[in-house]
Design a protein around this ligand. Structure first.
Ligand code: GRF
Length: 207
């Protein structure tokens, strides 16, 4: 390997954030490289993106395991075997348990489609519209045992515009997700993110 930090990405679906990370890694100066993509959903579209980029893939279906701990032990075994040092959850639609979080402490990242701590959980765009917020966005954070909690590495904001519906707002947020996640992974992989509890490293996605 090239001295770049080996990274694994966990996905469940279309993998557009995975694609943004794959694209970032094509820059030889980028401090990380993706060594493995794991999907918990057989046939997840993101697996094809990884394969097209020549990245190893695995499918570990949570439904094959009676308990979450066993599923997550299988994830950890595959991640460890691949030599992953940072794990990025990118549209990974499983809540991870405390043992998995502890195993990957400070090296487990997630992207969430809201400006945390607002709107943890699901349906963030609909809830942002219902709340009448004027600014919405996305957050990359270090994963802690609480859902959508943990030190914030970066955030990107977009306006909520008159006439927005869930789809138009989600599309506007997704554009900045694709800018934000590679920047945040760069910060963590290069050791430029310091992660005391509650810290926030604000990023201007247009800079
Ligand atoms: C993104 O909006 C991400 O923030 C959320 O799930 C979505 C995944 O999209 N956690 P994709 O699979 O990366 O295209």
């Amino acid at each position: 390997m090239s001295g770049r930090i080996p990274v694994a990405v966990l996905i469940s679906g279309r993998g557009s954030n995975l694609q943004a990370l794959i694209d970032a890694c094509t820059d030889p100066t980028y401090p990380a490289e993706i060594v493995l993509v794991i999907a918990n959903v057989p046939g997840a579209a993101g697996l094809d993106r990884a394969a097209a980029a020549g990245i190893a893939t695995e499918t570990i279906d949570h439904r094959d395991f009676a308990e979450r701990d066993a599923f997550e032990a299988a994830l950890t075994a595959a991640l460890t075997k691949a030599g992953a040092e940072i794990v990025c959850m990118a549209g990974f639609m499983r809540i991870v348990g405390p043992a998995f979080v502890a195993r990957w402490a400070d090296r487990l990242l997630n992207i969430h489609p809201s400006l945390l701590p607002a709107f943890p959980g699901l349906h963030t765009h609909a809830r942002a519209l219902a709340a009448g917020v004027k600014v919405h966005g996305c957050t990359v954070h270090i994963v802690r045992p609480e859902l959508d909690d943990g030190p914030i590495v970066g955030q990107a904001a977009v306006p909520v515009l008159p006439g927005d519906d869930e789809e138009s707002l989600a599309a506007r947020v997704l554009v900045v997700e694709h800018l934000l996640y590679p920047r945040c992974l760069r910060l963590v992989a290069s050791g430029h993110a310091t992660l005391p509890e509650g810290s926030a490293h604000l990023i201007n996605p247009t800079a």
